[in-house]
Write a protein that binds this ligand. Structure first.
Ligand code: F6R
Length: 606
């Protein structure tokens, strides 16, 4: 939520800042802005525009002055609408200090009132602007030391923030800080980067530095100093970025989402690599599983749906109770949690505020935390006892696809592992599931090869007012995920239901011609029969059935065949057509596929 980038070094700053913003635009696209330090004694150069980055790029022209340090911001609006004035960077009254921010400053109302009393003039409705005025005063009282001023200001702020600041009189210097919001340093050759996400600078360097909670970073082209809020210098924690620059490019696909749908066989294979050879203690290294009596999965959105599938697998294979909680609800109901609870946060970004806060709540009550995450060095895995990384690579489209299937794989691996550790799964069944897991990449490939007709079919329903998704067992969370994808991409009413629940109310939604996507349980299973009855119930009331099934189905108006697999693993295959339906529907309805309205990836505010 909000993309932040800073560059200082030998190159002209505009180009890496713009490039970083392009790569971070998935984090918010309500406005974009850039500030550059030109030369000591000269004013800052600043431009900002409401709307997508393209609006800003259009007005840049040839008038941008030479500069070797600058900051850029792409916004997902929280306080104040998406206008030019509310766009970042924000300036102090002298126009010499520029600041960008990701997060929410909770005490901004008090700060603003106090600053206005002191004569500061506010131009925007943002919470951020209070910080730039505060920083301006603090810099003066710290004799022009921007890093000391930043430490002082961070101590006065409540809420979550990543902040980057530059000053007109200090070319080459950028000072940043973070609390509950992401910031990474990229270490180049004679150049340094600061960004919300490594994607911003991955084309320039693979060397990155982690920044912890309440740390302040002070960079020039060839130096980096990290301190805590007391000013104590901290050791640098460097790591190598494993992602390839090309992974963050569209690579010939019309949209990142389509590319990411098609990358799923690789994401699954990479997540499985080295993890299918029987009991591997490395999977949960760092965490003691003895005495665990309950598992609680916490996550949001798509990751929550992966957790729901995980519940079926973990309960069955490891014979342990599993609750799956929406992270945003969990912490505020003060649930019972103790040292025998295993908390599993699932997060693609590793920065989702609701998930992070829920996890911190559980941790502070003694729970052990084992996270599932796709982003190395992000906050959630850093604060966990152990982590199982999914290897989906960078996911740029706002709607999650390959990260979801990789999260499903992580759930299965964990279910198997816990089953083995607890002695609740037979060696034969564990082996059988491993064989099925290993076959998934090629089976997803098969699904991708056969979904083309689904694209034309989807377009037929483009004017439908609603689309319903039905599933049973692990097909139920899959139905929820199908509906979520359609809502976020097609801006169409969509809901997922458990097949057996329909007649308890939702069946009233069915009308003549209502499209219903039915995710069929594995052929021959008892649930397949039950689901067939549910299909008849809606068909009798006028629904048009699009079935996703591993066998022929006479009652289906349209059938999408998927390969057979172990019944618990089916969501990995059945979700792919659902992703394609949402993708195609977005195009048919003229929507922005990669940046759907009102959304942003990596939700770093509560
Ligand atoms: C939907 C989607 C979101 C995320 C959710 C959690 O397509 O992407 O629902 O799944 O915001 O994000 P992470 O996994 O980064 O914690």
């Amino acid at each position: 939520m909000c993309g932040i980038v800073g560059y200082t070094g030998k190159a002209e700053a505009l180009s890496p800042v713009l490039e970083g913003l392009r790569r971070l635009e998935y984090r918010g696209y309500d406005s974009a802005g850039i500030a550059l330090v030109v030369k000591a004694g000269e004013p800052l150069w600043i431009e900002k525009r409401a709307g997508k980055l393209g609006n800003l790029e259009e007005i840049l022209g040839d008038t941008v002055p030479a500069s070797h340090s600058g900051i850029g911001h792409t916004r997902w609006a929280t306080h104040g609408g998406p206008t030019d004035t509310n766009a970042h960077p924000h300036l102090d009254n002298e126009g010499k200090l520029a600041l960008i921010h990701n997060g929410i400053i909770e005490n901004y109302v008090e700060l603003r009132a106090e600053l206005e009393k002191r004569g500061h003039i506010f131009k925007s409705e943002t919470d951020t602007e209070s910080v730039v005025h505060l920083l301006s005063d603090a810099r003066k009282s710290h004799n022009g030391d921007l890093a000391a001023a930043m430490r002082d200001v961070c101590g006065q702020l409540r809420g979550s923030f990543t902040l980057l600041a530059i000053h007109a009189d200090e070319p080459g210097r950028i000072v940043g800080a973070r609390r509950n919001s992401p910031l990474v340093v990229g270490v180049g050759d004679g150049e340094m980067f600061l960004a919300s996400d490594v994607a911003a600078f991955i084309a320039h360097t693979k060397r990155a530095l982690e920044l912890g909670q309440d740390e302040v970073v002070d960079i020039t082209g060839d130096s980096v100093v990290v301190t805590d809020l007391s000013g104590k210098v901290l050791p640098l924690k460097e790591y190598e970025i494993s992602w390839d620059a090309s992974a963050a490019e569209r690579g010939g696909y019309p949209h990142f989402m389509l590319k990411e749908i098609c990358e799923q066989p690789k994401a699954i294979a990479d997540t499985l690599i080295g993890r299918l050879s029987g009991l591997d203690p490395a999977i949960t290294e760092g965490i003691d599983l003895a005495g665990i009596s309950k598992v609680v999965i916490i996550a949001c959105g798509t990751a929550y749906h992966a957790g729901l599938v995980g519940k079926y697998a973990i309960e069955k294979w490891a014979n342990i109770p599993v609750d799956v909680e929406l992270a945003s609800e969990y912490r505020y109901r003060e649930p019972s949690v103790d040292a025998n609870t295993l908390i599993i946060p699932i997060s693609q970004s590793g920065e989702t505020m609701d998930t992070l806060m829920a996890m911190r709540y559980a941790r502070s009550h003694g729970a052990r935390v084992f996270s599932v995450c796709n982003t190395n060095g992000s906050t959630i895995p850093r604060e966990s006892d152990a982590v199982l990384y999914t290897h989906a690579g960078p996911e740029i489209a706002v709607a999650s696809t390959k990260a979801f299937t990789a999260q499903l794989i992580a759930m299965y691996l964990l279910g198997l592992h816990l089953g083995r550790v607890r002695g609740t799964i037979s060696a034969e069944l564990a082996k059988e599931i491993e064989v099925h897991l290993a076959e998934l990449p090629s089976k997803v490939e098969q699904v991708l090869e056969t979904v083309e007709p689904l694209r034309a079919l989807t377009r037929k329903f483009k004017d439908a007012s609603s689309m319903l998704f039905l599933g049973r067992h692990v097909g139920f969370p899959t139905a929820l995920e199908g509906a979520l994808k359609l809502k976020e991409l097609a801006y169409m009413h969509a809901e997922g239901f458990a097949g057996g629940e329909l007649k308890h109310g939702p069946i009233a939604l069915i009308d003549q011609g209502t499209p219903v996507v039915a995710i069929m349980p594995a052929e021959g299973s008892l649930l397949a029969e039950k689901m067939a009855s549910n299909i008849q119930e809606v068909k009798a009331r006028g629904a048009i059935i699009i079935a996703i099934a591993d066998a022929p189905l006479a009652s289906a108006d349209h059938l999408v065949r998927i390969p057979t697999t172990h019944e618990f693993l089916q969501p990995v295959l059945s979700v792919v057509p659902l992703q394609v339906i949402a993708y195609e529907m977005a195009i048919a309805r003229g929507n922005d596929v990669d940046q759907p309205r009102n959304l942003a990836k990596s939700v770093t505010v509560e």
